[in-house]
Design a protein around this ligand. Structure first.
Ligand SMILES: [Zn+2]
Length: 623
């Protein structure tokens, strides 16, 4: 598999694509993008690729950093025309690698001209919507082909983008010049280009998150309407705090400037994608203007910012590939995403993006998931195996998410790191903690932003340097095992409990989904209008015959509502002879399902363990 894809070994004849080599590419790749056709949502690309007479293979990026999977949008590339010496020359797609295009460069030519369009999604069923009448999200992997045979970091690229009239943009790319709405960017290595997307918009605001700093950090916001760009001083303050809290944690950073790209839109698709010197972040319009309703989204920027250290600068060795058409291996995503999920939460609390009680509610929900909400973890699959999931499921919706498991290395990984923090504190009498790991593992070489790779053994070594212990066994038991993953709370003075009162965060989540989350009682969560979102494998609802394809029509003989089903659960707890009776629709069939469940509503909370030191609050407190 690997051999054929990189063109090595006995399978080389299968896909005739030159393997990437660590040699300089002769000349500069010129990429010009016309991004003005927002009505058709089409990006028009013109490239000049330096070339010599003979065979040339052009690649469309397939394996995308941050996606950790072969999700390049090759289906949206159209209109490919290649010319040399002013004449059209034929191209042929490699039948065993459909991201590769072969051409024969004629004698006398020293470059080829390449034209194509990127037909961006018109509908979310086709992919992320990245162009609207008010904004666009340009990702260079979507709008460029690059020559095979070289490490991506050895190809220089010069780019221009023409924006819709009067639009402004944010990007980690540095501007060389501007002519009307056409911006020329300074030359950059092709791997850094793909790592430097652009958000542009009609309504734009650029906010300084570290005023006066030598290394600037900016928040670049595009929105559906100027009114969504209003930021209160206390909201600005907590975003500025985030930068300072990160610096206190790591003691070093890995960029020469950093730009958050942030869309507030109900039209452009949401996003959360990390880069070295920027990140793509997309939420609904009310992030600032309906602050209290958007608690759940408020770890997004801290998560993506953390990736500049964890994921971009320090990256799993098997994930680090020479170009975008060599398969990635995802075995260390429990560090890359798991610890980032951990710090995303903790830094949201330390910066004040979350109040401490928000963070505790959010953590209670994660803990409950890895206590009772993942029957698949207990029954067949471990966290380590889920690191393959970006390649297996590619984020497609799943029929039984809780049993299949999916990208559980995020939140399951977060719980493992919570456990590591508790263990470090236990072993050292609370003198050392996961903060020490963060600084030692991610906080070296200030200002450097090459990739610094690591292996599982490097993680273990750093932990051993903090305090000696059998960390290999400790981590492997959690990564390869099938037990609940909530050990860190007890060590840090808290325990997970369930009661019949939903937390503020659970209420907010229910409001967003327009339904009822009864995962820990009936074993079902219901979305808008009674559509069943999830049924816990082998839970009470599952055993009674409920499945995620069904719709709830009535509860105990009355029309379905989220309140009606909660009332029915409460009534069944008082009267053991009274089941929860549901009328459900399955295709065109109506059925009555009785769930014999009498334990009442159950929602997760974290509760203090009396007499045990409260180290969790310590972890969440601003430095
Ligand atoms: Zn992430």
């Amino acid at each position: 598999m690997l051999a054929s894809a990189v063109g090595l070994g006995s399978f080389a004849a299968l896909a005739d694509v030159p393997a990437p080599q660590d040699i300089p590419f002769d000349g500069v790749l010129k990429i010009n993008v016309d991004a003005t056709d927002i009505a058709h949502r089409v990006f028009r690309v013109h490239e000049v690729v330096p070339a010599k007479a003979g065979p040339l293979t052009l690649l469309y990026p397939q394996w995308l950093p941050g996606n950790h999977s072969p999700t390049g949008s090759i289906d949206k590339l159209a209109g490919l025309v290649v010319k040399a010496n002013g004449k059209v020359i034929p191209w042929k797609r490699d039948p065993l690698n459909v991201f590769a295009f072969h051409v024969d460069v004629p004698e006398g030519a020293n470059s080829v001209d390449v034209e194509f369009q990127f037909l961006s999604a018109q509908d979310t069923r086709q992919g992320r919507v990245v162009m609207t009448p008010e904004m666009l999200n340009l990702q260079w992997n979507s709008v460029s082909l690059y020559p095979a045979g070289y490490f991506a970091g050895r190809i220089k690229a010069e780019t221009t983008v023409t924006f819709p009239a009067g639009w402004q943009y944010g990007s980690a790319l540095e501007m060389a010049s501007r002519n009307g709405d056409t911006v020329s960017f300074k030359p950059i290595d092709y791997d850094d280009l793909v790592d430097s997307p652009i958000y542009a918009g009609k309504y734009f605001k650029r906010v300084d998150l570290d005023p006066g700093a030598q290394t600037p950090v900016f928040l670049n916001i595009v929105a559906d309407d100027p009114k969504f760009l209003e930021i209160k001083p206390e909201q600005l303050k907590v975003h500025q705090n985030l930068v300072q809290q990160m610096y206190k944690l790591y003691g070093a950073h890995h960029y020469n400037h950093y730009d958050f790209l942030f869309s507030l839109s109900d039209k452009m698709s949401g996003n959360g994608l990390e880069h070295h010197r920027s990140s793509e972040n997309g939420v609904g319009t009310g992030y600032f203007t309906e602050w209290d309703k958007n608690v759940v989204m408020r770890d997004l920027l801290s998560h993506e910012f953390n990736h500049s250290w964890d994921g971009k600068y320090r990256r799993g060795a098997d994930l680090t590939t020479p170009n975008f058409n060599v398969p990635m291996q995802d075995s260390l995503l429990w560090v890359y995403e798991g610890q980032t999920q951990f710090w995303g939460y903790v830094m949201a609390a330390r910066s004040g993006l979350w109040k401490q009680e928000d963070a505790l509610d959010m953590l209670a929900n994660v803990a409950a998931t890895y206590d009772k909400g993942r029957p698949g973890l207990q029954q067949w699959r471990n966290i380590q195996d889920t690191t393959n999931d970006p390649i297996i499921a590619m984020r497609r919706p799943l029929p039984y998410r809780n049993y299949q498991m999916s990208e559980d290395y995020y939140s399951g990984g977060q719980m493992i790191w919570m456990d590591v923090d508790g263990k470090l504190r236990d072993l050292t009498g609370n003198k050392r903690s996961i903060d020490d790991f963060a600084k030692a593992f991610f906080g070296m070489k200030n200002g450097e932003w090459d990739v610094n790779t690591y292996t599982f053994e490097d993680v273990v070594k750093t932990l051993n340097d903090i305090t000696p212990y059998d960390w290999t066994t400790y981590l492997r038991e959690r990564l390869d095992g099938h037990g609940p993953l909530i050990g860190g709370f007890e060590a840090n003075g808290w325990k997970l409990v369930y009661n019949d009162k939903p937390s503020a965060v659970t209420k907010a989540v229910e409001a967003r989904m327009g339904g009822a989350n009864l995962t820990y009682s009936l074993g079902v969560s219901v979305g808008k209008g009674g559509d069943i979102a999830d049924v816990l494998w082998d839970g009470p609802a599952f055993k009674a015959g409920l499945s995620p394809g069904m719709k709830l029509v009535a509860v105990n003989g009355k029309e379905y509502s989220s309140d009606a089903i909660k009332d029915a659960v409460t009534a069944a707890a008082k009267d053991k002879n009274q089941p929860v009776e549901l009328l459900v629709k399955n295709f065109d069939e109506y059925r009555t399902i009785r769930i014999d469940y009498h334990d009442g509503l159950k929602y997760p909370h974290l509760e203090r363990i009396n007499g045990k030191a409260d180290r969790l609050s310590e972890l969440l407190k601003a430095r």
